[in-house]
Design a protein around this ligand. Structure first.
Ligand SMILES: *Cc1c(COP(=O)(O)O)cnc(C)c1O
Length: 361
């Protein structure tokens, strides 16, 4: 069936897989014989309990999350985690190491400074966040409670191509790369992600945390910001974001149907290669990021001429390639090619770029 859909390259909220939207639409007015929409359902009902439990189980299976990790379905966005992480984990020496590789990690660092001794372990601001610091460039404290990184930098289009070695638990913001490829969860103390990039509609924040790190929040921690409270309540301490959790379950089923994260990674790598290969040979467009640090999810590019960039975004939008404008803070273009972006969306965008290049020689 055709729906006249555009290719949506938005950084988030972003595309959802068509089969997921179709299933959600088919179940919209009467979910599984319940006579109501999931949106209308009590979160304490049996039918909803099955949905949230299935979502949790599927996430554990798809990401191979070990049993000693808690999975929490929260609200407040990834941005709330900037405070929640220090409130819950800055509980020993009060020291935490932060790598600043973009805007979100900078916000996380600045927020943590309000609660304790947050230290700058590395920064890539000297070259406009176009690279990721190497392991031997990280200034790590001996006695930090944790280290924080942003694994994929949505705005700059960079990604950590290694997992830092640390003495302390590693905390990672994976908002824009979660479910894009397999990750060894056991290398992290805590992973968090706003769901609106690669998991579900906005409104859901997923936290995956090693159980032994929880239960030591500071006294001043608001109840709603205490991981242990949500763990004890199985993400039902209060009303969870019921509909996004339901869609997240459908997204996980869709990933399973494709063969899981190993297959997802292959598809994503192939999609990203189509764009980067063209950018490497183009005389007009350039990817400003160091090759080893390239993101598979957010591909940034510029012409070097702001007027030409603006013309490109406008013409692309009119041709059905929507939201290719770069983040307002960096300009240029950005194609976010999350799991739900089909290969032909990227192929057609590249064909459009080639055409634009020809016309603007
Ligand atoms: C989008 C994003 C955020 C902000 O997420 P909100 O849910 O809007 O708070 C934080 N970190 C990263 C890496 C992101 O991509």
């Amino acid at each position: 069936m055709s729906y006249d859909r555009v290719y949506n390259f938005s950084a988030g909220p972003s595309m959802l897989p068509v089969p997921v939207l179709e299933k959600a639409a088919a179940e919209m007015l009467n979910y599984n014989g319940s006579g109501m929409s999931v949106m209308e359902m009590s979160h304490r009902s049996k039918a909803y309990e099955e949905i949230i439990n299935a979502c949790r189980d599927k996430l554990r299976a798809v990401m191979a999350i070990p049993e000693n990790y808690e999975i929490l379905f929260l609200q407040g966005g990834a941005s709330s985690q900037f405070a929640m992480v220090p409130l819950n984990l800055m509980n020993g020496t009060g020291i935490a190491d932060y790598a600043v590789t973009g805007q979100f990690s900078k916000k996380a660092y600045q927020e943590a400074k309000r609660y304790g001794d947050a230290r700058l372990a590395a920064s890539s601001e000297d070259r406009n966040n176009t690279y990721i610091p190497a392991q031997d460039a990280l200034k790590l404290s001996d006695d930090a409670d944790y280290m924080h990184i942003c694994f994929n930098n949505t705005i700059y289009g960079t990604k950590w191509n290694y997992i830092p070695e640390t003495k302390c638990p590693l905390v990672a913001d994976m908002s824009s790369c979660i479910l894009s490829e397999p990750v060894d969860v056991s290398r992290f103390g805590l992973i968090y992600a706003g769901a609106q990039k690669n998991m579900a509609p906005a409104g859901l924040t997923v936290v995956i945390a090693r159980k032994d790190l929880l239960g030591k929040a500071r006294d001043i921690t608001p109840t709603m910001f205490n991981y242990q409270i949500h763990a004890d309540g199985e993400s039902m301490y209060n009303t969870p974001p019921t509909y996004p959790i339901y869609v997240c379950k459908l997204v996980l089923e869709w990933i399973e149907s494709l063969g899981g994260l190993t297959e997802m990674q292959k598809i994503n790598a192939a999609k990203a290669a189509i764009l980067y290969d063209y950018l490497d040979e183009s005389a007009l467009f350039k990817n400003p990021v160091e090759k080893e640090a390239r993101s598979m999810m957010n591909v940034t590019f510029v012409t070097g001429n702001a007027d030409l960039d603006a013309a490109f975004c406008k013409e692309a939008g009119a041709a059905g390639f929507v939201s290719v404008k770069g983040h307002r803070s960096v300009g240029g273009m950005r194609a976010s090619i999350y799991n739900a972006m089909p290969v032909e969306g990227v192929e057609k965008l590249v064909a459009f770029m080639k055409d634009f290049e020809c016309k603007n020689k």
